[in-house]
Each structure stands twice: as C-alpha cells, then as structure tokens.
Design a protein around this ligand. Structure first.
Ligand SMILES: NC(=O)c1ccc[n+]([C@@H]2O[C@H](COP(=O)([O-])OP(=O)(O)OC[C@H]3O[C@@H](n4cnc5c(N)ncnc54)[C@H](OP(=O)(O)O)[C@@H]3O)[C@@H](O)[C@H]2O)c1
Length: 291
C-alpha cells in the first residue's frame, strides 16, 4: 500500500475531484470532514478513511495527521486569518511527520504578498517542509456553481469583468496535477502556475455556452455597484462580494489572462478547454447531456 495521503477541503471543488481521481488508483487516502457529517459528494463504495478535521478546532489536527506522509492543503475561502487557522495546522502536520504539503494557491501569488495564499506559501517555505504550490487560475467550475443560476434561469452571465480575458482552468486538471504531486516524485519545492490553454473574455465564454447549450446565453457586464447590489440582494456575504469584485476587476484590468504551459507539461496533454467543460457539465444548467 502506498503512503497515506490526507486531503483537506475534500468536499470542495478541487478536493472532491482529487479524492475521486485518487480513488481510481491503489492509494491510501484519508479525507477531512467537519464533524464527520455525511457529505453528498461521497459514494458509499469509496475506499477512503474519514476523519474529523476543522481548521478552527486545533484539537482535531493530531488525529487527522497521524501516520500521514503527504497532505493536500487548501485554504477555505472564509478563513482569511491564516496565521490563526492555517499556520497551526501546518505546524501540526510537521510535528506528525508529514513529508510534503501540496498547497492550493492562486495564480500570481508570488507577486501579491498581501493575499492570504502568499502568506501561507511563505510560511510553508519558512518552516522548511517540502512543498508543491499549485497556483491556479480562475476555475471554470465557478460558472457551474456561483454563476449557475444566472445561466440556467436567466440565460446570462452576470459579472463585472468588462472585456478582460481570463485564463480559465478546469478543476479536473488542477486535481490531476495535485494527484501527480501527491503520488509521484520530482515535485518537491516546486511552484506550478496552472492555467488552461486559452484566455477568453466573457463575451467569448457566452458564445461558447450559446453554441454548446444551443440556447442564447448573454454576457451582461454590469457596473461594480449594480453587481454588488444584486449579489447583496441575493443574500451573499459582503466579504464574499468584495472578493468577487476584486477578482473581476483584476480580469477587467487585463491582469487575469496570463497563460502558462505548466498544466500541459505536467499532464502531458492539452488542458481541458472551455468548450469541453460546458459539454461535460451541460446538465448543471438544466440541459440534458448529449449521448
Ligand atoms: N474559485 C477559483 O476560481 C479559485 C482559483 C484559484 C484558487 N482558489 C482557491 O481555492 C480555494 C477553494 O478551493 P475549493 O473551491 O476547492 O473549495 P470550496 O469548494 O470553496 O470548498 C471549501 C472547502 O473547505 C472546507 N472547509 C470550510 N471551512 C473549513 C474549516 N473550518 N475547517 C476545515 N475545512 C473547512 C469545506 O468543508 P465543508 O464541507 O465542511 O464546509 C470545503 O471542503 C480557496 O483558497 C480559493 O482562494 C479558487
């Protein structure tokens, strides 16, 4: 049996996909759950261990990391105080003998020291544990989660990114890179900038949706104020709205379109395209999959 691998954020976009991909191979996997509450993400036939793990409850750390060799670490979006919630978990992992941390970071973290991910990267480097940083671009899956309802019910993509381009990546590709980093040698002390192979603006994204779903999907490009009010009325937390505005303003300013070849080089294949993503997820927007 291979080394024990521990997955945090295992019910989230990337973590759940890592677990799914690891469970297809002969791997020894432990997944983090909060209060061991049942999660709809898991099939009962999945051969993984479950452990209670909560960044806000340090008493859960030691048992979760016991016997673990490699960790997939992510920062829950709501936890911006990384010194309080992430550093103690990293310390505990090291004290338990963990030999490598694969951390889900964000594209450009190396040149943006104030973001929480950059602080976590710096801390991991400072404590000297072998690491792999996955600096991921904007997830395609934001369109099947955060923006799903707009697309399904109003046939529109409603966000303030102007004509700026984004180098979207599919979380299945991020997970595939994570699986390699967690199960192969040669990824220690490396930082990968993970993007798809095309940078698209949201007019182009809407065009792809229109073609694949065979129904018109329009890109609405609201002002930041209109977007903020609309999100607030939908009940989104002001902190989350501020983060979204920051992300879409970055795109609007033309700073989210950087393309790299890391994904392609590590996976030895082209990254999943936006068109493929929409095809694969079409039932998310209420459109039946093609046979
Ligand atoms: N969205 C993007 O485009 C994008 C791009 C680059 C990087 N990122 C980064 O990716 C990360 C988010 O990853 P994701 O989208 O895969 O996750 P996600 O879907 O947002 O899910 C959050 C995960 O964190 C877990 N969690 C929440 N609070 C926790 C706590 N106190 N202790 C332990 N676990 C907790 C949740 O578990 P429960 O089920 O128990 O709630 C869930 O598994 C963020 O750091 C974000 O900045 C996002």
């Amino acid at each position: 049996m291979s080394d024990l691998i521990f997955i945090t954020g295992a019910t989230g976009n990337v973590g759940a996909e890592i677990v799914r991909q690891l469970s297809e191979g002969d791997h020894h996997v432990r997944v983090a759950q909060r209060n061991l509450k049942p999660s709809s993400n898991w099939s009962p036939s999945l051969t993984v261990e479950y452990v209670n793990f909560d960044f806000q409850q340090p008493q859960t750390f030691a048992k979760a990391f016991q016997g673990v060799k490699r960790v997939f670490l992510m920062r829950p979006p709501a936890l911006s105080q990384v010194k309080t919630y992430m550093y103690p978990a990293i310390d505990s992992a090291i004290a338990s003998g963990v030999e490598q941390i694969v951390f889900l970071s964000v594209l450009g973290a190396e040149s943006n020291p104030i973001i929480p991910h950059a602080k976590v990267e710096k801390y991991i480097q400072s404590v000297g544990i072998p690491y792999t940083f996955l600096r991921a671009s904007f997830f395609m899956q934001n369109l099947s989660t955060t923006h799903r309802q707009d697309i399904q019910e109003r046939n529109e993509i409603f966000l303030p990114a102007g004509k700026g381009k984004t180098s979207f990546i599919d979380v299945r590709d991020i997970a595939a890179v994570a699986v390699k980093a967690l199960t192969e040698s040669g990824h220690s002390d490396r930082a990968y900038s993970l993007t798809g192979s095309e940078a698209l603006d949201y007019y182009q994204v809407a065009e792809i949706f229109t073609e694949v779903l065979i129904q018109p999907v329009l890109y609405k490009n609201p002002s930041i104020l209109k977007f903020a009010i609309s999100m607030y009325k939908r009940g989104l937390e002001p902190q989350f709205i501020a983060v979204m505005i920051g992300i879409y303003t970055t795109a609007k300013l033309g700073l989210a379109g950087k393309l790299t070849t890391d994904t392609q080089e590590i996976l030895q294949r082209a990254p999943i395209s936006m068109r493929q993503f929409v095809e694969d997820y079409r039932d998310c927007w209420g459109v039946k999959p093609t046979s």
